[in-house]
Design a protein around this ligand. Structure first.
Ligand SMILES: Cc1cc2nc3c(=O)[nH]c(=O)nc-3n(C[C@H](O)[C@H](O)[C@H](O)COP(=O)(O)O)c2cc1C
Length: 435
């Protein structure tokens, strides 16, 4: 039997494709648009939607908010947690992964929020663990600049330890509803954690009932060696931008080895590779759509602003028709390395065009639903597993694009036996572990 793979979707609670010919109107802020999207993805049997988040309006490109607000790119961005509650209330099986930064939330608040969301969703909540990579975000939390990556991950390790202890501060059978003795909960099954580490001090217990999954599914996107080790130690799912099938395979093997080293079963860590398929009625039409997109000035400006936003490097100051100078970042180094193709001799313009698909595509996928589905199957066969994380090439959603995937690409994948046609479990971690 063909080996099945998982599907997730990556999005932000952001502006939609407001200025494209098939626009939704530009105001998804009451959540209806994304709730509708959640229902569509559930119909297509996705494991989860992952809602990204950042906590600033970037000025990385040209030292100004202008480009970001002009395009509605990376800003405005609304809080994903209330949206997650709405989306899970409207669905029954789809998981919703909410991005929350270890820099921003006190651990107690995060554990409490995750526990509450996991109850509201009946066990379909995930937490995308991010440490935050932009100085502009740090400046919203009383800091002048971000701690180094090393310190951020050291803090995040301790943070995850604290929240896990908080999640475990209630036993599964603490709520007894004993009418005869008049006890709602048994206080001997709820205990303080008395945590005192290098960075955090938390007494506990959590004041929420233990959640259906015990703790949310942990999702992470470790790019750097430190980030990969963190992800392999903690995550139930890892999202990653791979460098073609060979790079994806290598990344997956490395994570599986790190997970085994950390004493885990590598099969418990599912890797989802980002892709941004461009679909069409014919392969030629899909190619033409892709070419139209990547050759537009708007695409080039947006791509440069995006890579500036995630690396805190001002890409407006480089000549488009020259090579990039050597660069490093305290932000997303992996994204920078993949984008820059160091040593290739390519100009910045070439890099942007080649990084088409919003800079987050592991492999190029352009064609009819059948063409793309077949290629996804071949890539996954070569990589060895576990799933794909889909997002739109423009990084913004339209009903049209969602429908192309849910009613075009996914049925084509299902016809090949590559993705699920029913849900057999109810909670997110179980769904991800099913195969
Ligand atoms: C698919 C994907 C989604 C991500 N989503 C977010 C996000 O929503 N918020 C955020 O602050 N960082 C996000 N990141 C950045 C990662 O958390 C991480 O910082 C990045 O992959 C760089 O790895 P490093 O921290 O090991 O350097 C994302 C990365 C990837 C690949």
């Amino acid at each position: 039997m063909t080996k099945q793979f998982h599907l997730g979707w990556f999005l932000g609670f952001s502006a939609d494709e407001w200025n494209e010919p098939f626009s939704n109107g530009g105001s998804p802020w009451n959540g209806d648009f994304y709730v509708e999207m959640a229902k569509s993805l559930e119909r297509a049997c996705f494991d989860f939607m992952m809602v990204e988040d950042t906590l600033m309006i970037s000025e990385a490109f040209g030292h100004s908010m202008e480009t970001y607000l002009k395009h509605g790119l990376m800003a405005p961005k609304h809080d994903p947690a209330p949206l997650a509650a709405l989306m899970t209330a409207a669905t029954r099986h789809l998981g919703v992964v909410t991005t929350m930064s270890t820099m921003a939330y006190p651990p107690f608040m995060l554990a409490r929020l995750c526990s509450t969301l996991d109850h509201i969703s009946n066990g379909r909540t995930g937490w995308n663990i991010v440490t935050t990579g932009e100085n502009a975000s740090a400046q919203n939390f009383g800091m002048d600049e971000l701690p180094s990556r090393e310190v951020r991950y050291e803090m995040a390790d301790e943070y995850v330890d604290v929240v896990c202890k908080l999640f475990d501060s209630w036993d599964e059978d603490a709520v007894i509803l004993d009418r005869e003795r008049g006890y709602y909960a048994d206080h001997t099954k709820v205990r303080t954690i008395d945590f005192e580490g290098k960075y955090y001090k938390v007494r506990g217990p959590l004041n929420t009932v233990r959640s259906p999954q015990g703790r949310p599914a942990f999702v992470q996107a470790g790019g750097s060696p430190r980030g990969r080790a963190f992800a392999a130690k903690h995550a139930d799912a890892i999202v990653a931008v791979g460098n073609g099938p060979a790079g994806m395979k290598k990344y997956r093997e490395e994570i599986r080895a790190l997970a085994a080293e950390a004493g885990r079963n590598p099969d418990d860590v599912k890797i989802f590779f980002c892709i941004t398929p461009t679909l069409g009625e014919t392969d030629e039409e899909a190619q033409a759509r892709h070419a139209r997109m990547i050759n537009s000035d708007r695409f080039i400006e947006q791509s440069l602003a995006f890579i500036a936003g995630v690396t805190d490097i001002d890409f407006s100051k480089f000549d488009l028709d020259k090579e990039l100078p050597p660069l490093t970042t305290n932000g997303e180094q992996g994204s920078l390395d993949k984008f820059a193709q160091w040593g290739s001799g390519k100009t910045l313009r070439q890099l942007v065009i080649e990084a088409s698909g919003g800079l987050v595509s592991s492999v190029e996928l352009i064609g009819t639903p059948d063409t793309v589905a077949k290629k996804m199957g071949e890539v996954m066969e070569e990589v060895g597993g576990d799933g794909f994380l889909i997002t739109s090439p423009s990084l913004r959603m339209s009903r049209r694009y969602i429908t192309e995937v849910t009613d075009g690409l996914v049925p084509a994948l299902q016809r090949l036996g590559l993705t699920r046609t029913v849900y057999t479990t109810n909670m997110l971690r179980e769904t991800m572990k099913e195969f």
